[in-house]
Design a binder for this molecule. Structure first.
Ligand code: UD1
Ligand code: CA
Length: 455
């Protein structure tokens, strides 16, 4: 197939977003609008993706990324035809150019591939709307061939009745495009250089015009304001939810899940309401995720149950673990199988061995915990001395009494028992009881202070 270049128009200001951030950088499903377009574009393996930017200055090129992306600045913005012109010096003639929009984020590769297969000439992505208001209309002759696109503001009353509209997305031979763009004028109601005017030029040259429809109507929805952004977010989340359910995932409510990245699930996964998945998340078979949990860039293995309100970030969780409610696994947490992490337990940059438990109110940071360890309620690893972080090492079969402080660097050797309420600053001997507590005393005849009455 002839090489492909993709031009993404992203220069518009987005006045109706009422934001200091350029419109195309606002996020849908956790990703900038235009980044969706770039990622979709890359599925077609184009030679180059040229992003035409303007408003927001250099923020657009600094935020958007792709190895094959190049940027062209359009200033001032004189219309869609003028915008595409800015990209022309960067693309070679012996190619096709596909024109996409940075504020139409959900275009799918499947639809674009259909356009590529439509044939040579000029291919326009069109759609029939019950209410076509605001869009350019596709004008066809009596034999049904496309003759032009007319903008609503320039259309006759008859033309405004046409319900087939221009989505703006076009695929065209690059050499011809260059030639047509150079002939564009701006004598129209908006005084803009319309990209759509190339259609009549192509027709005049006898070039074949093809039209293709998107697989889903939501693919061509553009974003102009926060309401449309929120509506398209919900549309997309429902697409994600349906996709998960189609693969056997049980969702308590498909309207109350947010996937901001990619979520891969095994069989018989259950997800309760209000959960957010960010980045790359993998859930093994039979994993259950409780309500309002947030899981990001993590792997949770088969049979593990996550109780409500747990936060898991950049962690690896083994099989048949019990996490939460209100557990927090921070980056670098690695839990082996059968581990229990209970409420208000925070784990960071630590490895927890097979069948070990920390069920209540603990901080475990920069620590290696062995197998079958019991970490008592309120145990804290004191990993930070105010300047540097130090490691705590806990062996196998250790029992740590409640409210213990382990002052790192320190090693609690295999089989150690730590008495409740201890502050452990030195390594503990294997198999022995260590404790650091003052002896309990009772003072006979001691009286509680009494509140003084003010005169
Ligand atoms: C355009 C089409 C119209 C189509 C509609 C679909 C033209 C003349 N009209 O109209 O037929 O039905 O899209 O939504 O093409 N942009 C730039 N630089 C510019 C102007 C626009 O980058 O100088 C970008 C905008 O940021 C936006 C996109 O191009 O993402 C479309 O521009 P807009 O002015 O909104 O076009 P419409 O009037 O909606
Ligand atoms: Ca406009």
């Amino acid at each position: 197939m002839i090489p492909l270049n993709i031009v993404v128009l992203a220069a518009g200001k987005g006045t109706r977003m009422y934001s200091d951030m350029p419109k195309v950088l606002h996020k849908l499903a956790g990703k900038p609008l235009a980044q969706h377009v770039i990622d979709c574009s890359n599925q077609l393996a184009p030679e180059k993706i040229c992003i035409v930017y303007g408003h927001g200055g250099e923020l657009v090129p600094s935020v958007l990324s792709a190895s094959n992306a190049i940027f062209a600045k359009q200033e001032p913005q004189l219309g869609t035809g003028h915008a595409v012109q800015q990209a022309m010096p960067l693309v070679a003639d012996a190619s096709q150019t596909l024109i996409l929009y940075g504020d139409v984020p959900l275009i799918q590769a499947e639809t674009l591939i259909k356009m590529r297969k439509a044939g040579n000439g000029l291919t326009i992505l069109t759609v029939e709307f019950a209410n076509p208001t605001g869009y350019g209309r596709i004008v066809r002759n009596s034999s049904g061939q496309v003759v032009s696109i007319v903008e609503e503001k320039d259309a006759t009353i008859e033309q405004r009745k046409i319900r087939e509209v221009n989505t703006g997305i076009m695929l065209v031979d690059t050499g011809s495009l260059r030639n047509w763009l150079s002939k564009l004028g701006n004598s129209n109601s908006q005084g803009e250089y319309y990209l759509t005017d190339i259609v009549a030029m192509a027709v005049a040259e006898g070039v074949e015009i093809h039209t293709v429809n998107p697989t889903h109507e939501w693919e061509i929805h553009g974003i102009n304001n926060k309401s449309q952004l929120a509506a398209l977010e919900r549309t997309w989340q429902l697409v994600e939810a349906n996709h998960l359910m189609a693969h056997g995932v049980t969702l308590a409510d498909p309207a109350r899940i947010d996937v901001r990245g990619s979520l891969h699930c095994g069989r018989d996964v259950e997800i309760d309401i209000g959960c957010i998945f960010e980045g790359e998340v993998r859930l093994g078979d039979n994993v259950k995720v409780g309500a309002n949990s947030i899981i990001r860039n993590s792997t949770v293995s088969s049979g593990t149950q996550i109780a409500p309100y747990s936060h898991i970030d950049s962690a690896v969780v083994g099989e048949n673990c019990q996490i939460g409610p209100y557990a927090r696994l921070r980056p670098g947490s690695k839990l082996h199988d059968d581990v229990h992490v209970g409420n208000f337990v925070e784990i960071k940059n630590s490895e927890i061995g097979h069948a070990s438990k920390a069920n209540h109110l603990s901080y475990i940071g920069d620590t290696t915990v062995g197998k079958r360890v019991n970490v008592g309620a309120g145990t804290i690893t004191c990993n930070y001395d105010g300047a540097n972080k130090h490691r705590t090492v806990i062996g196998d079969d250790v029992f740590i009494g409640s409210d213990t402080q382990l002052v790192a660097p320190v090693t609690v050797n295999n089989g150690s028992t730590i008495g409740a309420g201890s502050t452990i600053t030195r390594d503990t001997p294997e198999g022995e009881l260590s404790l650091s507590r003052s002896k309990q005393i009772s003072i006979a005849g001691w009286k509680r202070p009494v509140k003084q009455v003010k005169k």
